[in-house]
Ligand binder design. Sequence first.
Ligand SMILES: *Cc1c(COP(=O)(O)O)cnc(C)c1O
Length: 406
Amino acid sequence: MTSHELRERFETALMPTYGTPPIALSHGEGRRVWDADGRGYLDLLAGIAVSTLGHGHPALVRAVSEQAATLAHTSNLYVHEPGVRLAERLTSLVRAGATGPTGDIRVFFANSGSEANEAALKLVKRAAGPGRTTIVSTDDGFHGRTSGALALTGKPAIRDPFGPFGLDVRFVAHGDTAALRDAVDDTCAAVFVEPVQGEAGIRPAAPGYLAEVREICDNTGAAFVLDEIQSGVGRTGHWFAHQAEGILPDVLTLAKGLGGGLPLGACLGLGPYASAFAKGDHGSTFGGNPVSCAASLAVLDTIEVEGLLDAAAELGDLLAGEIAAVGHPLVTEVRGAGLWRGVQLSSPAAAAVQSSAAEHGFLVNAVAPDVVRLAPPLTITREEVREFTGALPRILDRAAGEERPA
Ligand SMILES: *Cc1c(COP(=O)(O)O)cnc(C)c1O
């Protein structure tokens, strides 16, 4: 079936919430994917920071195939080994990166980022004392599309048509510690923040911001919920972005890269939040499915065995450095850390850059009108980085040309 045919059928069979994506993908290998017409692309997006090991990595294929053949599903009525091992593994990664004692850490598994945040929302409500009903979140932040997660999302255009949500949320600017100090008081159950705002265009706060959030939460008794759904699992060159800041949240949410392409979300509670849920408080039929957990264990093992944290740091710097070295007038800044970068443009040409990149055989994402997001598989090589940056002058020239008024 051709791309054209697939796109036409998509248009009538699927709800129009994504528009009709321009490319129909058919298969992938390593960092390359091919469309339904046989055109190859170097994947610099990894399905929005999800395909941590790229496509068809033997360790992931083996883990998923073996687990699917052994036991694909149990429901939450039964214990299974991949889930127990993964929970232990995640808690030990958080512990290993902590500068001090962490206390108890426990995991709730979900299927997606939104659901990990829904779990976090219920968890902090459960843990909060009476009268603590307000949640503080950030302008332009993104926490998901389900109603609770959407209520916390600081993008009125995607949020407001679906409210009211029955949740009292105060929004403050990300990185503005004075505004946060004003907003958080003893009526607040929690503060939800991303270490770097991903969907807003890979926008980091000033260094020290997370430490200030930690302090404000400590002083007021609000829970610090850190949404590392996009930043976690090696993306920034650390297991989790907060480990570079020397702080620990009370609740940590993960998803995207965690399953390496299999649907998996996790909500980790630390200290008193580890055991704030009582029996019956929350649940999911599919959450922590054995196949997704086996996939995630393969992702974590491979990150370790192949040294992908160091690689992400090193190749991310190479990528950012080479983009800056192109010196194209359309590019004003390259932000972010590791293999998670926002390329700031001087004009709203991100869509033009995305389509020009695709024409040249590269997948990138126009995350904002004037920002291009790069989040390649952590397995990307030096040669592949240079393949992209070598083509970048032509990609940007073409995009700038398209953008110029006729
Ligand atoms: C993607 C994302 C979510 C939502 O995850 P879904 O799996 O799409 O529900 C939540 N928070 C952040 C920071 C994200 O990047």
